[in-house]
Design a binder for this molecule. Structure first.
Ligand code: UDP
Length: 396
């Protein structure tokens, strides 16, 4: 059968041009292997995709701030872009009152007037004891119990409940505890949203990282955008001996064990004639009524914008259905059980396919974890124990 795809005897078909797929294709190229990357959307970079407008770098799918403790990952991404050292310091607006996030001594002072760590801890303990008297030594079973046991009921009610329930479209009591543990709780005056040693945003945006991977592959990576794997599935599965798939794992298996749940987002952007509209990169609206969760003002992410214009984006959570982009896996018990069946099926019946990325592994990965996972996949695939820093030197 003639085919329109495997014209160059590619070693790999990579489905999805996000960070996982592109990093794999680039590392395969360094080892002399040729990849065809197909991407159903019109651009590369997946949900990290950025574009520049009015001199401002806009993140098209929500704020992506790179943060990691993994030096290998940090050195790796900086081969492809200069990072600016941006530190996220989020403000929460609850019905017109402002609080610092993440939860720290500033927040506690704004909430209760407490000034020392001991005072703040005593307040939290008192609220936790009143609300969760039956908890005892047992682990918190859901996000609500976890949040109250970490920072008490006032902060839970004002800064977590409303935000979380609109973000996820379900009750905090029906969500896994781990989600709230993403945010630091600190008894020092420190508004840094992340605990990681290395933080920043690539100057000029993320898209260049993936463009440079293609450029530096010396012709060993071809990308076809606007190409949906599922429209050509049979011929692709026949033609390519080895496939790296980064789409939704349940879709790959035609939803045979049931549909996994995802959460989607919608964005509304506006350009304003101002140098400074809201005074911060991210402001969260933590009440239940405001339909969006946060407003980003992109010029504050890299400080390079021209004068006179600013672009803001409101982020609205929305239910996911098959016509929408999947942003977040919903890792509750039901979905975890279903995912396990897909993962088992993948291991048993599709050893030729590697599943990766947020959707392929159905995990709430951060960007650094995706790069790290791609490195591990490369180590497994090529039976090497390579370190990945400064790796582009070795492409020939
Ligand atoms: N969260 C919250 N209030 C906030 C910000 C976050 O309750 O103002 C909770 C919410 O449940 C959210 C989780 O913390 O889903 C993780 O937030 P993060 O900012 O890490 O989420 P992401 O940026 O990945 O959407």
């Amino acid at each position: 059968m003639t085919n329109q795809f495997n014209t160059k005897n590619y070693d790999y078909l990579v489905v999805g041009a996000g960070p996982f797929g592109m990093t794999f294709a680039y590392e395969a190229a360094k080892r002399g292997k040729r990849s065809l990357v197909i991407e159903k959307r019109a651009f590369i970079g997946g949900n990290t995709h950025t574009h520049t407008e009015e001199g401002i770098t806009v993140h098209d799918f929500g704020a992506h701030i790179f943060h990691t403790d993994n030096k290998e990952v940090w050195d790796y991404v900086r081969q492809f872009a200069e990072f600016n050292g941006f530190q996220n310091q989020v403000i929460a607006n609850y019905k017109g009152d402002l609080y610092n996030l993440p939860f720290n001594m500033n927040t506690f002072y704004q909430m209760w007037g407490t000034k020392t760590p001991d005072e703040a801890k005593a307040k939290i303990e008192e609220q936790k004891a009143a609300a969760l008297s039956e908890l005892g030594d047992r682990q918190p079973r859901n996000l609500e119990e976890q949040a109250i046991s970490l920072i008490g009921t006032d902060i839970y009610q004002k800064l977590i409940k409303g935000y979380t329930e609109k973000q996820w479209g379900r009750k905090a009591t029906e969500l896994p505890a781990f989600i709230i543990k993403r945010l630091p709780v600190r008894f020092i005056y420190d508004n840094n949203y992340f605990n990681h040693r290395y933080q920043g945003i690539p100057v000029g945006g993320y898209t260049q990282i993936f463009e440079k991977m293609i450029e530096r592959s010396n012709g060993l990576i071809d990308v076809m955008t606007d190409t949906d794997f599922f429209e050509h599935r049979e011929v692709l599965m026949d033609e390519f001996p080895r496939i790296l798939y980064t789409g939704m794992i349940d879709q790959f298996f035609d939803y045979k064990f049931g549909e996994l749940e995802y959460r989607s987002l919608r964005f509304e952007s506006e350009t304003k004639n101002s140098d400074n509209y809201q005074g911060n990169a991210v402001i969260n609206y933590t009440d239940a009524q405001t339909p969006y969760t946060r407003v980003m003002e992109w010029r504050h992410f890299d400080g390079l914008a021209d004068e006179g214009k600013t672009i803001i984006t409101k982020e609205y959570p929305q239910d996911w259905d098959r016509s929408k982009e999947a942003y977040y896996p919903v890792n509750n018990e039901r979905n975890t059980e279903i995912y396990k069946q897909y993962a088992k099926e993948a291991r048993q019946n599709h050893p030729e396919v590697i599943f990766g990325g947020r959707l392929g592994k159905y995990r709430y990965f951060d960007m650094d974890q995706v790069f790290n996972d791609a490195f591990n996949t490369v180590r497994d695939e090529f039976k090497v124990d390579d370190q990945f820093n400064f790796a582009h030197d070795t492409v020939d």
